[in-house]
Design a protein around this ligand. Structure first.
Ligand code: 6PG
Length: 237
């Protein structure tokens, strides 16, 4: 069941977490096949948090040419490089450590350096990198996405830096690095992964047009939001 609102946001209801994982897995591999066929490589940005973990585990067994993959992170928490709560560590343990993507093609944000230095390094790593083929994003209970939080700067303007240093994140740790809304929007496809009752209010706010960070992600092709059907208003689910 798809529903597109005025901001080219396609709301796609799924029955449960398993269908969300399976649908996302298919989207990722379809996007990879298309990108590799057309451009010889696949640039993907990973979502942080816990929602994508099961999807990352499924990708261990994917049939694809891993040598063509370039993996980026939408944000990173300023924690030690091997900290269990690092988004890069979560993705590596679930998936990246189990597939032969060349190490220099997994672009970990060096968040252990602290937000300022890591944001500079991340911006350097993104210099000259064109449109992402697929950006995966989560949604927080307050409408945040990546590490773009309400009431802070989101880097929306076209000339905004590619990477932002975050010092006062309400979701621990307070120090983070986030790709800016402008950089996350430079993508052929953006897929939000939303699961759990705790996201109900954020989804409702988003659908009512509230100015939340998730709404600041504006790729030309619009965005797809995969979410539990129970999170959509009953009249359309
Ligand atoms: C982070 C994430 C953040 C996350 C959302 C949803 O570093 O915390 O990048 O944006 O995607 O908070 O997190 P869950 O999937 O754990 O609900």
């Amino acid at each position: 069941m798809d529903l597109t609102d005025s901001c080219s946001t396609r709301w796609i209801g799924v029955a449960d977490a398993q269908e969300l994982r399976q649908t996302t897995y298919r989207c990722i591999l379809n996007a990879a096949t298309r990108a590799i066929d057309q451009r010889g490589r696949f640039l993907i940005v990973l979502a942080g948090g816990s929602t994508p973990r099961g999807i990352y585990q499924m990708l261990r067994d994917a049939a694809t040419d891993w040598s063509r993959w370039q993996v980026y992170f939408g944000d990173e928490r300023c924690l030690p490089a091997d900290d269990d709560e690092r988004n890069s560590v979560i993705a590596s343990r679930a998936w990246l450590n189990h597939v032969p993507i060349p190490q220099n093609q997994v672009h970990v944000i060096p968040a252990e350096l602290g937000a300022s230095a890591a944001a500079l390094a991340c911006g350097e790593a993104l210099r000259g990198v064109g449109e992402f083929d697929l950006v995966l994003l989560g949604l927080g209970e307050d409408g945040h996405t990546a590490s773009l939080f309400p009431g802070r700067g989101w880097g929306v303007a076209p000339g905004a830096p590619d990477a932002l240093a975050v010092f006062d994140a309400p979701k621990p740790p307070s120090q983070r690095v986030s790709l800016s809304a402008a950089r996350l929007s430079r993508a052929r496809a953006v897929l939000f992964l939303v699961e759990g009752e705790s996201k109900r209010n954020a989804v409702a706010q988003w659908r009512m047009g509230a100015d939340i960070p998730a709404r600041a992600i504006h790729p030309e092709a619009g965005v797809d939001v995969l979410l539990g059907a129970t999170l959509l208003p009953t009249e359309i689910s």
